[in-house]
Design a binder for this molecule. Sequence first.
Ligand SMILES: Cc1cc2nc3c(=O)[nH]c(=O)nc-3n(C[C@H](O)[C@H](O)[C@H](O)COP(=O)(O)OP(=O)(O)OC[C@H]3O[C@@H](n4cnc5c(N)ncnc54)[C@H](O)[C@@H]3O)c2cc1C
Length: 390
Amino acid sequence: MAESDGTIVLVGGGAAASAAAIELRKQDFEGRVTVLTRELDPPYHRPAVSKELLGPGAAEADIWWPPRDWWADHDVDLRTRASVTSLDVGARTVALADRSALSFDAALLATGANVRRLNLPGSGLAGIHYLRAPGNAHKLRAETQRARRAVLVGGSFIAAEVAAQLTVAGVEATMVMPERAPMQTTFGTAVADHIAALLVENGVRLVCGEQVAEFSGTGGVEEVRTDAGTVLPADLVVVGVGATPDTRLAAKAGLELGATGGIACDATLRTSAEGVFAAGDVCEYFSEVHGRRLRVEHHEHAVAQGVTAARGLMGAPEPHREVPYFWTELADWALLEYVGPAGEWDTERITGSLSDGEFTVWYERAGSVVAALTRGRPDDLDRARELIAG
Ligand SMILES: Cc1cc2nc3c(=O)[nH]c(=O)nc-3n(C[C@H](O)[C@H](O)[C@H](O)COP(=O)(O)OP(=O)(O)OC[C@H]3O[C@@H](n4cnc5c(N)ncnc54)[C@H](O)[C@@H]3O)c2cc1C
């Protein structure tokens, strides 16, 4: 495709699709750009769903990204409530649920991920929440006004963020997880223990080494029971047990999928079909920086991949060489930032002090830095990026 014309279709209304649209116009792509999202809302900042939208300033929070008038101002055809039901990679067309169809010269699949749902006794009871979109946060916040006790299922960053927000809102929050401490799988034991101590200090209760086995209640959830027999009274429950990449469209179109469950892409984010790219949570790509295949579920990574994919969509593909970055905020108690991902590491070297709350953990494998996590030392992130990329 010529670099300045043609028709590009972006499937998805998240960070990756938005970043691709912005980059296309920034690069003076003059062709037609259509964004198809099945969401009710125009694209927004998804991380706000477990942060600003649960906090005291929720009503005034500006979550739109890009700003709502950006689309029309840049002649991008944004269609909400537009669910793509199939993709024909040979004919280069997409079909929508409303029975319309669109042809394209190049397409991006940025279909993201869906929350993993629990299938346990009582998991259909009212008062059990999952967080992905603003509507989920509004509903949870409304129930929070009447709740005294909440149970957070999972040791993930989302469960920890929500536990912090609920505690600030005056709700007694208890996290239940199989790990010994929150975020242990990603950050290792030292950081996980630090986060556990921070949460407990601020009033969050932790039940570690146990899994939720059952919910019970009449009408709505009233109790959570773990596999170890612990019973926790709960007026509401929030589940944060991960997400699964949404590859339904890609699989139906016969695109190759990768070992991580995402859409298999090369280093330039091109899928197994000519002219079709993927980006964001759904994309498994070969990272030249890491020398292995990666799939990353983080906001800034989705944005960076949208930018890279835009080059490919315009017919000038380039390898995606960004080192993935991620942050998590526990109310205003702590901001943790991470570059990596480590995958595996054999050594954790700490500079600064965990007990003072200002530190960087350098994750090393065979003497080389493969990731770093910092609280309060953001300059270390640039150094870590250089070391990882080098
Ligand atoms: C509550 C929450 C908090 C988070 N906080 C952080 C954080 O603090 N830091 C961080 O780094 N990351 C955070 N993340 C992760 C981050 O938001 C994601 O990595 C990022 O949103 C991925 O962007 P994406 O564009 O790949 O996918 P998504 O944002 O999931 O967007 C995918 C879009 O595709 C649409 N779609 C899917 N299939 C179709 C179809 N067939 N037709 C039309 N549309 C379709 C979906 O409706 C959706 O709009 C958080 C995630 C959640 C849920």
